[in-house]
Design a protein around this ligand. Sequence first.
Ligand code: SF4
Length: 498
Amino acid sequence: MLLVELTPDDPLRRFRTNAYPFLMGLARLLGAQASWCALGVRFQPTLRYRLEPADLKLLLCELRRCRSDVVIINERLDDDQWARLGAACRGGHLAYCSLGETFPNLGAFVRTALPAADPAVLEDPRLLDRIEPDFRRRVLNQAPWAADPVMRLSDGVPCAYRRPLAQNPFYRGLSLPPGAMGCAFCGTMMVHERMPVADPLAFLLKQVRAACRLPAGKERLFEVQGSGVWTRLDSFLAELLRLGLRRAQFCFAPRVDELLAARRVLERRLPALARRELSLRFYTMGVENFSAAENQRLNKGLTARQVHEAVDFVCAMTARWPRAFRFSKGDMSMILFTPWTTLADLRINIRHIRRCAWIDPPAALGKRLQLFKGRPITLLAQRDGLVVKKGDDHFYNSGCMPGFDQGEVPWRFARPEVAVLYRFARRISADGGIPSDDAESRAITEFLISRDHHTPQLLALFEEAVKALERRPRTDSVAGLLKLLRSTPLPARAGLIV
Ligand code: SF4
């Protein structure tokens, strides 16, 4: 069995390889041979990759060299390259790895790929506890971001946030999936079951120990997925120290309330972690939305006050432990626009974003909700008549689409003036999905050039646009909005700095 990992240059967009160390270990349990190779690639938002000719050649050579019966790959290639890989695969079995972050169906997946595998091993309810994970991989090309691999670890608990949707007044009367809980937009709430392991902490530490058997570069990089670790953080950190580990970075994506609850433990453990050159890095902590109404509709279960408290803590810790506690601007994520957004919601968000040092306005401004089939928020949009047949903007991937085949359910804004604002915000934001020949982008660029040095920073410019639409809510196009902005006297704009 050969495992192929396409490693994109965006560290947050590395999907479907969590199970690879376990597939490697499972092959050993089954008496089969397995190897894992990685190719650094540029991130493709569509999640349909086309390899550079030199990389394709390297991969085809590897396939021929390994003579594997089964080749498993974590991303989809275009049809032509997929067919070429299939033809180069000795057993002709080329499989797309459908195993997500929790891989509860590991046994079933392997049975399909390797029909001859011993069913007694695959059906063992303690399978994950029996497997010794193996992180060895060979990087085939020279892509620098693939050279120092991030070891992705699963803590066995996909998400511990369980607020029931049935108790949320927005969802009253909706026919929800049984037991629907957690954030209304998130797929994790659909698979909230804990992974079948005896002790999630022991399961996580087993992975750390296995990864540490490999030679390290300057610093070992780990990404811990799941929220089980946040309920036993003190024990986890104590174990890291007991293992004698040095020079390693552990990345986490906790909820804001999980981070708040862990403040004391972090403060107490950081001095010892710093002495060992161990660091904790936090990323994609979801604020989602500062408007209480929007936040409740998303069933996020956070308040603006909690977010600011967490930011204060992060500021204090990064100032005191700049190496051991790492957080960067942009590491807090937002869903700024939803089908229900009002101008008042946007005003609230502007006020809080301005106060929040760790939100990056160029990133936040372009962010909108993505709807996926069957999720509670999608059912709500359907009920409110906001789901449409076809979207009217360019392809968008907020990062919530880990699979090439995960089609987005298109929606419309309830308020046309907010639709105009979103088109404007997306085009002034850091969103990379707008093609260079987009007419609205060109008009916005011309407008910004015409303003020259009078152009305020992005958040202030966006605020100006919100105010313009408050005055003229019937404006129905970006061109109309630009006309309004042009007619705003410059002195009124002078103080608009973030
Ligand atoms: S967005 Fe995060 S907190 Fe919310 S359900 Fe998903 S994993 Fe849990």
